[in-house]
Design a protein around this ligand. Sequence first.
Ligand code: FES
Length: 571
Amino acid sequence: MKNKKKGLEKNLSDYGDKDFSNFIRRSFAKSMGYSNKSLDKPIVGICYTESGYNNCHRNFPEMLEAVKRGVHASGALPIVFPVISLGETFLNPTSMMYRNLMSMCVEEMILAQPMDSVILMGGCDKTVPALLMGAFSANIPSCLLVSGPMMTGRHKGERLGACTDCRRFWAKYRSNEIDKNEINLIEDKLATTSGTCAIMGTASTMAIIADVLGIMVPNTSSIPAVHSDRLRASEDTGILAANLGLNKGILPEKIVTKKSIENALRVLLAISGSTNAIIHLTAIARRIGINISLEEFNRISEETPVIVNLKPVGEGYMEDFNASGGLNSVLLELKNKLHLDTIDITGQTLKQRLKKINNSYIDRKIIFSKSKPVNKKGGLIALFGSLAPEGAILKRAAASKKLFEHKGRAVVFSSLNDLAKRIDDPNLDVKKDDILVLQNAGPSSNSGMPEAGYLPIPKKLAKKGIKDMIRISDARMSGSAFGTIILHVTPESNKLGPLAVVQNGDYIKLSVKNNSLNLLISEKEMKNRMSKISKNKKVVYERGYKSLYQKNVLPATLGCDFNFLQNKKIK
Ligand code: FES
């Protein structure tokens, strides 16, 4: 080969003799049946996350065949390699805790093995950010391919989709509106096809964000998992990645810029995307050396309308979004507010992408026009105040407007265990206007920042028909959840943030108008309480990855990444 650094000759194992390293590698590759003709081609690595513990990637074998078809047709050699997979509901304590581990695995395997470009196959919530974080740190030409969303199921004539409807029906079961028999029937109907959750949850949000950033075949983020279009997108991804490998393709650092990140934030707000996406996008941006400020986020939120009407906030499902043109329709509506000179993995600018769109149909019940939006302001906002000095997040699009300006009495749970023990206690001192507070569920807690911020309404209130209350925590919330839920409070309780000193009966004030969240105690009292809490919170995990995680995880406002993985430009 003319170019010594192409294909199989990249990243040679070190035996102190490069020619020998090359000879032994080719010899071992030939044990897999490869010919010289194949081994002399550029290599497209396929970072593969199929797993028996990941239902969302069930369609990967068929997609993989299509990807390989595209790579072969374009004159490159596809080589599949596994990395760990994160199936959202199969991991303890949380998939979030393993996102950084997966990103390290992705980065190291891309850098250690010979490949000229890489296809990242993922979909379930944490897999997409982990793949992007790893590949962006490795900084080789990369192309994401997602599994695509599930189709909806049916129950008694009603459409059901994981997992907003999981929560909706579970709440009905808790309040005795439906019985055990019915909830068992619903269990069979919520997730009926392969693919990621059927609503605008974290997986769909992250796929769309990656599409806006320009790191996938344009407008393939929302194609349902079971559509033949998904297979055509897979073949196109193979072709694109092969061309990236053959022609010294564009590096992620050229695509992911301050402007493309701002475009992604704007789309996140316009689609009322998942709160988790802020954490992930922050972590992704910081791998490239770009900081996201929550103050800037609020500025963009104030001037960005919500134009997508999907569950968990609205009505439709991802299959409806795709049928309405998908992300391209959203980009057209937001055109005047986007940076149009960003480029995507195909080399085209956003302006060029928008010019090519030929969308004859938009269902205006699903994607609204910017002149008649679902909401005039963005779906998410950051809050600051004495309870969250460094910030907290509220999905205002999913919150009850009557609670936007609210002062209430705190009912405090000191941990997830405490919550589980007392939330349904008939003697719990709680009223409908109170504010539920959960402590010690942040990134460095031993629960690893679970999606527990959606605290259940206490059973005694749920039975009276109470559907929403303000709930505050340093935890996260599933992208499929809804309610007046304040999350990611930073600093977290485990890091001695003010959340740690909230007591039962304290008053808390939320003001969406002022972007504020305050604990209504005097400064003197705050200082007094803060001085009494332990300066040395015990690290629970003493060995292995969990210990590494607990010691190194950054706050939610910095993306929950590890300090030592961030781009050096950020430090
Ligand atoms: Fe995988 Fe929801 S469980 S996307």
